[in-house]
Design a protein around this ligand. Structure first.
Ligand code: FES
Length: 109
């Protein structure tokens, strides 16, 4: 599968996550404070909670339910109760288009 346009770069607000669904895969898209766009799996690995309803700080997103914070770079949880990572997707920027292929994840770090 090729990358799919998920939103416009200009519609992303800094540190405000956006939930998108590509081929039934929910993805949390974040423009961080360093103007870098990240895409991680939107479902917290501790429960069925949408990470895009959480809070962004630097290059992390925090699940609102129980406070696990996930790295937007590696997908790794940085604190309990979550202990499994979320997938991290490769983001392509083409002009004002943000493109993601939900079948292509970054290698685990
Ligand atoms: S559901 Fe996300 S930390 Fe519990």
């Amino acid at each position: 599968m090729s990358a799919t346009r998920v939103c416009a770069l200009s519609e992303l607000e800094q540190d405000l996550p956006l939930r998108v669904v590509v081929d039934d895969v929910p993805i949390c898209v974040v423009l961080d404070s360093a103007a870098e766009v990240h895409a991680v799996g939107d479902t917290c690995t501790h429960g069925e909670v949408s990470l895009s309803e959480g809070f962004v700080e630097d290059d992390t997103v925090e699940c609102w339910a129980h406070g696990s914070r996930f790295s937007l770079r590696t997908g790794q949880p940085l604190n309990l109760p979550a202990y499994e990572p979320v997938p991290v997707y490769v983001v392509q920027i083409d002009g004002d288009d943000v493109l993601i292929d939900p079948t292509v994840t970054k290698p685990a770090q």
